[in-house]
Structures are given as C-alpha cells and as structure tokens.
Design a protein around this ligand. Structure first.
Ligand code: FES
Ligand code: FES
Length: 142
C-alpha cells in the first residue's frame, strides 16, 4: 500500500467535481476539454473547463479519469484550485503545487499530478486556440 496523505484518501473517496460540464448556449461562455494520456501508466485524464470569455475566469472545472487513486485525488485537487482563477493564473500551476495541495504524493506517483497539469495545459491551449506545449519538467517526471 502506498503511503497516502489524509487529503489524498479524502479526495479519492469523495472526489470533488467529477464528471462533465453540460453544454451551454449562453453567450460569452466557452466550454473546453483537455485530454491527456500518461506514458508511464497508460491511464487517461480528461479535464473540462467552463470559462467566462469576457474575464477569462474559470467558472467550473470537472474531470474524468481512468487513473489511480493519486490521479483521482490530483485531478480533484486541481479542480478545487483553479475554479475562480483566471486562465492566466491557472496556467502557472505546476504539478508540484498540485502535490503540495495534497500534502504530498509518493515519489512514484508524482506523474499522476503531471497528468493533471498537462490536461489543464491542453484545455487552456484549446481555449486559446494554440497548439499544446509540454513542459520539459513534465517529461523528466514521467
Ligand atoms: Fe490497471 Fe493496475 S494497471 S489496475
Ligand atoms: Fe497512473 Fe496514477 S494515474 S499511476
């Protein structure tokens, strides 16, 4: 058994913001999805964001994952962190900050938090209509 923090276990058993975001015709709102697969474990993560286009504020974030307990906890933590942030603020979040929010992750499980960060990057790229850029740090963490 991995040595998980209480926060990881709590978010694993009671994940926040799991699922999808309903489509909306409301003007000024954009829903985007970022999808990422991990080379290290073969799992996948999909992150959905609802963004207010006039302020760039993330109004809602939901995730779906086939990942492990750490991936569920990391994704859940990420959604809690980014709701209410602007896209610019969210772009600065690193996978280390996700792990810190959880009170730490076992070293072998750090890549589960990288998936969260990469899915966020993919979703924001899709929002901005720019190609996905993967950080060098992410590569080394895999
Ligand atoms: Fe699927 Fe372990 S690889 S549960
Ligand atoms: Fe694959 Fe965590 S998502 S080990």
């Amino acid at each position: 058994m991995w040595d998980y923090t209480e926060k990881v276990m709590d978010l694993f058993y009671n994940p926040k913001h799991q699922g999808v975001i309903e489509a909306t015709d409301e003007p000024g709102l954009k829903i985007v999805t970022g999808e990422i697969g991990s080379i290290a474990c073969g799992d996948a993560l999909r992150l959905h964001l609802k963004i207010d286009e006039s302020t760039n504020i993330i109004l809602d974030a939901r995730f779906q994952t086939f990942g492990c307990a750490s991936a569920i906890a990391s994704s859940s933590a990420l959604t809690e962190m980014i709701i209410g942030m602007t896209v610019e603020e969210a772009m600065k979040i690193t996978n280390r900050q996700i792990a810190e929010y959880l009170g730490g992750l076992p070293e072998e499980k750090m890549h589960c938090s990288v998936m969260g960060q990469e899915a966020l990057e993919a979703a924001i790229s899709s929002y901005k209509g720019i190609p996905i850029v993967v950080h060098e740090e992410d590569e080394s963490a895999l």
